[in-house]
Design a protein around this ligand. Structure first.
Ligand code: ZN
Length: 305
């Protein structure tokens, strides 16, 4: 028989062992999950292969260990919309991989309220083509894929000076041929851009130009020079920017075309910007480091699937 004081010690040790080994395992796991940033990816309609894009982004979010991810897929066509009711308020960030039919008004309203109340949104590539005529969305994205008379246009000079062009002054939205273009940081101290080279070569992509919209409160983080030889405008065009909306923040990254010739979402540079943007709109900070292998001005870095 174990003497009583020893037995107490044994029991306490056993209890502690149990506490350490059994009880809290799930608790710690849950706590770790709870401390992660919750992201909701919206997809379901896009003129790009969203069925290939969403799993890529989801895997990137999960691999870096900072995020939990859910996906909400809209109906594929005109019917079934009354069944689609995403609860944005359960998340810290909405990543839009959606470019399709206008959402029902109650969903639009809840999205606007989500951002106004402090939620974050990150808009990637053709998601900025969506929702022409939705005034609040236009304000959130600042510039979208719209015609030349739809709204203002923004260009940036070599020295960083921003010019806002009136409607019809210059082209509307478009892009030239796909190429590996140089991305230039325009706010190197911003948490999303900190530590990135000032200039780096992006993987083969469409270089969006002539984007149009209200362009209010735009904080431009990166631009790319749209070479006329590639069918561009001969101007530095905004690539990444953020806009405050109510208590929330919206980051747009127009890079990331996916098609038969390229999967630009696999560029290590654009990918890091999207991940950091999601961290930043959720927390106001960025902890994700710049990977050791990162594009330079001479060389792209394309991540493996
Ligand atoms: Zn595209």
């Amino acid at each position: 028989m174990i003497p009583s004081n020893h037995r107490r010690h044994f029991l306490r040790s056993a209890a502690l062992a149990g506490f350490v080994c059994i009880v809290p395992f799930g608790t710690f796991a849950r706590a770790a999950e709870a401390s992660k940033i919750s992201v909701l990816i919206i997809d379901g309609q896009n003129n790009h292969d969203w069925k290939r894009m969403t799993p890529w982004h989801k895997a990137q979010f999960e691999a870096c260990g900072l995020f939990t991810v859910d996906v909400s897929t809209t109906p594929p066509g005109d019917s079934g919309w009354e069944e689609w009711k995403p609860d944005f308020s359960k998340y810290q960030v909405v990543l839009s991989n959606y470019n399709g039919k206008q959402w029902p008004d109650p969903i639009k309203k809840s999205f606007v309220e989500f951002i106004q109340n402090g939620g974050g949104a990150v808009i990637i590539h053709a998601a900025n083509n969506a929702f022409s005529g939705w005034a609040e969305y236009d304000k959130m994205i600042g510039l979208g894929w719209r015609g030349p008379d739809y709204g203002n246009r923004v260009t940036v000079a070599d020295d960083g000076k921003v010019t806002i062009h009136k409607p019809k002054d210059g082209p509307g939205a478009g892009h030239g041929s796909q190429w590996e273009f140089i991305v230039t940081s325009r706010d190197a101290d911003h948490p999303i851009m900190k530590g990135l080279p000032l200039k780096w070569k992006h993987g083969q992509d469409e270089l969006y130009h002539g984007q149009r919209g209200p362009a209010e409160d735009m904080h431009i983080l990166a631009t790319a020079f749209a070479d006329k030889a590639k069918g561009g405008t001969g101007e530095h065009e905004p690539m990444v920017w953020w806009i405050p909306f109510g208590k929330g923040k919206v980051v747009t990254n127009v890079m990331g075309h996916v098609g038969p010739k390229t999967d630009a979402i696999q560029c290590a540079g654009s990918n890091l910007i999207t991940l950091r943007a999601c961290e930043w709109v959720a927390t106001g900070k960025v902890s994700l480091p710049v990977p050791a292998v990162f594009p330079t001005e001479e060389k792209t870095v394309i991540l493996e699937k």
